[in-house]
Design a protein around this ligand. Structure first.
Ligand code: FE
Length: 246
């Protein structure tokens, strides 16, 4: 099996949200897709350890917000990499409610779907939740975000609870073996400047000094040590002390 083949599957990025007895919950997902047109049904694959999964199953409702291509990554940091137990994820985002009562995040979104759970299937680590769409709307004509664009731009891997998670060491092993097959003799020339890369221990974003961080106005060629003291991870907003050398 070639793990990299899984990166050729196309996805978007979405906020899935629900509410039960006054408790709002939401997370970032790449697996949300239409499964039938009559009736209009969609499916999501949600990890059992994800707090939102329980809220969806209890309330029987959920929403899907389709994120825009040039998304403000702090929304991905908060909804994707932080726990709703620590703070209210909805405090800084515009959200709305339609007929099901599930909160719908409208900040940073180009469209939304309001859904009632039709059935769910236990897949082991995840639950496949199928929802009937009872309402939907377009919020903007901007392009939606695709998962591959996001992954390329921010050098991100799927977080551990994602259905599309692949262990990083396995991917690297696979890449190394491909490299070895392709270029046997040139091995010693590689890795001149890879040492100064730093990884965010919260979300896995990698700061590469060769590229800088255009989203924060950091020029290519800026070593990690020279970043301003108030530099924050572009994905999850973590401060510099959460980074460690790769
Ligand atoms: Fe981060």
């Amino acid at each position: 099996m070639k793990l990299k083949a899984f990166h050729k599957l196309s996805y978007g990025l979405y906020i899935i949200a629900s509410e039960h007895e006054g408790m709002k919950s939401g997370y970032i997902a790449n697996t949300a897709f239409q499964v039938t047109s009559t009736p209009s049904q969609v499916a999501i694959s949600a990890h059992k350890n994800n707090g939102t999964t329980e809220v969806i199953l209890k309330s029987g409702v959920f929403s899907i917000s389709v994120l825009k291509k040039e998304v403000d990554t702090s929304i991905i940091g908060e909804f994707g990499f932080m726990s709703g137990n620590d703070f209210d994820k909805f405090r800084n985002v515009d959200h709305d409610v339609q007929s099901t009562g599930a909160p719908i995040v409208t900040s940073q979104s180009v469209a939304w779907f309001d859904c009632k759970v039709a059935k769910h299937v236990d897949l082991g680590t995840h639950i496949l939740i199928i929802g009937e769409v009872v309402g939907s709307d377009i919020l903007s004509d901007e392009e939606p975000l695709t998962y591959s664009y996001y992954r390329e731009k921010y050098k991100m891997l799927s977080p551990k609870n994602s259905p599309t998670y692949i262990e990083k060491s396995l991917l690297e092993e696979e890449e190394d073996s491909i490299k070895e097959q392709k270029e046997e003799p040139a091995k010693e020339e590689i890795e001149p400047s890879a040492e100064d890369k730093h990884i965010c221990t919260i979300c896995g974003f990698v700061y590469d000094p060769e590229e800088g961080d255009p989203t924060a106005g950091i020029e290519p060629g800026t070593p990690f040590e020279d970043l301003p003291e108030d530099y924050k991870c572009p994905i999850c907003n973590a401060t510099k002390e959460y980074f460690k050398e790769l």
